[in-house]
Design a protein around this ligand. Sequence first.
Ligand SMILES: Cc1ncc(COP(=O)(O)O)c(C=O)c1O
Length: 411
Amino acid sequence: MENPAFAERRLVRFGASAEAASIVLDRGERESLWDVDGNRYLDLAAGFGAAILGHGPSAAHDAAREQIGSLTQGLGDLYASARKIELLEALAGLYPEPGARAMLTQSGADAVTAALKTCVLASGKPGVLAFDGAYHGLSYAPLAACGFAPGFREPFAGQLGAHVRFAPYPRASEDMTTVLEVVKAALGSGAIGAVLVEPVLGRGGVVVPPRGFLSALATLARDAGTLLVADEIWTGMGRSGSLLRSIAEGVTPDVICLGKGLGASFPISACVGRAEVMSAWARGGSVIHTSTHAGAPLGCAAALATLDEVRARDLPARAAALGDRLAGALRERLPAALAREVRHAGLLVGVELSSGAVAANVSRRLLERGYLTTLGGRGGEVIVLTPPLTIEEGLLLGFADVMAAVLPEAT
Ligand SMILES: Cc1ncc(COP(=O)(O)O)c(C=O)c1O
C-alpha cells in the first residue's frame, strides 16, 4: 500500500495534474528526501548508489563533522595527512594478497583513469578491452571505454583514442562462449594491456553476467599477459551483496576501482591493486597522477568510518538478503506481460520494462507517489533501484506494492 504520508505529500506537490514531475531537493534524512516544497520521497536512488548509509545521521557524517573541526585539506602527494595514510592502509587490506597498494582519487571516472594509467605503466601496452553497455564515467579515459551510449562519445570522438576494443557483455540467461571467444581473439592481438569490466553492468541496466564469467575473463587475461581491472564503483562496498563482488566470486583482479559508496556520499574514490602492478607508478620518480583534492582528509575520514560501519553492521549480507526479498516481491507482484525481467545483485536492482518511454512514465508516476528512482539500460528501459543499504525492509516491500499498482496505469 502507498505510504499515506507520501500520498498526502503528492497532493501538495502535484495536485490534480502531474505535469511538473521535476523536483528540487532540499534535505535528506536516512532513506528519505524532501524537496524545497516540503514533499517527502523514499530515496531508491541514494545519489546514484553513493549514499549507502542513507542521508544521515550516519557514522560517515559524524566522522566528517569531527574531521571538519581538525583538518579538511592536506597537501596531496607532498605531505600526507594521518587520515589519508590510515585509509590507504585500510584499502590495501581489502586486497587478498600481501603488499597491495592503493591510490586515492576524487571521482569514479578519476579512479578508472588511474587504473588504466596503472595498466599502461605496468604492461607497456596501451590497448584496452571494454564491454558493450558498460559505463565507467565521462572524463576522457573512461569515455573512450564507454560502451553505454554512443551519444556520450560522438561529440568528442575526435579527441578519443582508438585504443579501445569492445566485446559483448553476456546476460545471466545467455551462453557466454561466444563472448569469451571475442575476448580471446581481441587479447590475441597482443596490444591489449587492460581488460576493464564491471562485475555487474550498473548504469547499463543491472545486467548480471552468467556465473563464472568474471573468473573465465580473469583466466583469459592472465593467459594473454593482460591486466584485469574490476570497476567496482557501483558493485563494491556491499551494494551487490559482498564487500567486493570480484573477490567474493573468487577472482583477484590486478586493479579494483572503488567510488560511490566508498565515502557514503562524500566524494572520494580509489584504486587498489597487486603490489607489482601498482609499484609501476614508482618507476618515473615523480608523481604523474594526482589532483588537488585527491586524498583530502575530509573524504578519507568519511571513507574510514564507512568501511567500519559497513563491516560492523554486515551491510553486504544485509544488501544480499534485502535485495533477494525486494527482487522476489517484484517478480511476484509485477505482471510478467509488463515487466520483462527483474534482475538484481544485492541492492542493485533493475526492472526491465518494454521501452524507455514506458520506464520514464513509470518513474515519473512513482515520483508523484513519493518514490525516487532512476533509469538505466541503453534505451533507459530499466527502472534502477539502489537504495541506501540501511533502508528498512518494510519500505522496500511497500514500494513493490506501489510499483505493481503503477505499472498497469503507466504502460
Ligand atoms: C561502474 C561505474 N564506474 C564509474 C562511474 C563513474 O563514476 P563518477 O560519476 O563518480 O565519475 C560510474 C558512475 O555511475 C559507474 O557506475
